[in-house]
Design a protein around this ligand. Structure first.
Ligand code: UDP
Ligand code: MG
Length: 318
């Protein structure tokens, strides 16, 4: 099926938004009649009626709508992986269900992909962050600056997960079976040619974002740890530097005591130094611990998601 587009949609507590999303996408379909659509909704352990809504939607439109349902909340990254795993299309797009990824961009994305044989993927990028708290934008911006400096993947500021990919790129992503998934990094790591389409930020239609500031912060740290060993290098350097500085100071104090005699003054500074070094050690140990923890999780080789239920019509290709 060379003209099938698979739309992968992770849903977590989205009973209010699914219908609007579905209708909006079908409206757009009329603009690209040469393409057939396949929706793959992933119910990521929602606590509301998301699954019921999905079952009903599948009954209504069994040709186009398919769903997967997890046994618990595994996170958006796991949902994306599951969806890509079951997608059959030659073209695959991943979209948020809250219409923050405007379906109206799809025809344009198709046009770009078809006009330029060299492109493997059309990504989207928000050029404004209107409607987002200032402090959140600031941290997001800093995160992109840091991760691009210290890791070998390049993540475009404001790039969304929303993208239209050709099959080979998706196959490459599916090859990456790691447990700690940071999609923005994975999309970049596999390479291929991505062109970024720019658009203005759009606020969520219904419901609330399920990400708290703290979750986002942890997510960005995960991203850095998954794609960079720079923190390890940094901690080694800090350790080495303080060792050299402390040794030099020790020699200095020793010589001074030999010449001018011992004095008991200076204890407060000594205590400070001991505490500072102890703190540094704990800090570096913490960084090492982060990596060790991630490695520990990876070595268990646990599945990225567990399915509890899925559409009958859906099956894996591989
Ligand atoms: N989502 C998910 N599992 C989660 C959290 C979110 O599948 O644990 C889905 C959610 O239903 C939505 C998308 O991921 O389709 C983006 O979530 P949200 O809009 O809350 O995030 P934001 O747009 O604020 O980044
Ligand atoms: Mg959203």
């Amino acid at each position: 099926m060379s003209n099938l587009l698979s739309i992968v949609v992770p849903c977590y507590n989205e009973e209010q938004t699914i219908h609007t999303f579905y209708e909006e996408v079908l409206k757009v379909k009329q603009e690209i009649p040469q393409i057939n659509f396949e929706f793959i909704f992933i119910n990521d352990g929602s606590k509301d009626k998301t699954l019921t809504v999905l079952r009903e939607l599948e009954k209504k439109d069994p040709e186009q709508v398919k769903y997967l349902s997890f046994s618990r909340n595994f996170g958006k990254e796991a949902a994306l992986y599951a969806g890509l795993n079951y997608a059959k299309g030659e073209y695959i797009t991943v979209m948020d269900v809250d219409l923050q990824d405007p379906p109206s961009l799809l025809p344009k994305m198709f046009e770009l992909l078809e006009e330029n044989e060299d492109y493997d993927c059309i990504g989207t990028r928000r050029v404004t962050r209107e409607g987002e708290p200032k402090i959140r934008s600031f941290f997001a911006k800093s995160f992109y600056r840091v991760i691009n400096k210290i890791s070998d993947v390049n993540i475009v500021d404001g790039a969304r997960d929303f993208r239209l990919m050709k099959r080979p790129m998706v196959d490459a992503i599916l090859e990456l079976k790691e447990y700690n998934r940071f999609s923005k990094g994975l999309f970049s790591w596999v390479g291929f040619n991505t062109y970024y389409l720019e658009y203005e930020n759009i606020e969520r239609t219904e419901g609330d974002t399920s990400w708290s500031f703290w979750q986002l912060f942890k997510y960005s740290l995960d991203g850095i740890i998954a794609f960079s060993v720079f923190p390890l290098v940094l901690s080694a350097f800090v350790g080495l530097f303080s060792f050299i500085a402390a040794s030099a100071a020790l020699i200095f104090f020793f010589i001074r005591a030999a010449i001018y005699g011992d004095s008991t003054s200076g204890w407060p500074s000594m205590v400070c130094i001991i505490l500072a070094l102890g703190g540094l050690q704990l800090f570096c140990l913490g960084i090492v611990g982060q990596y060790l923890g991630k490695t520990f999780l990876e070595t268990k080789k646990r599945p990225i998601y567990i399915l509890k239920e899925k559409s009958e019509s859906i099956s894996k290709e591989q």
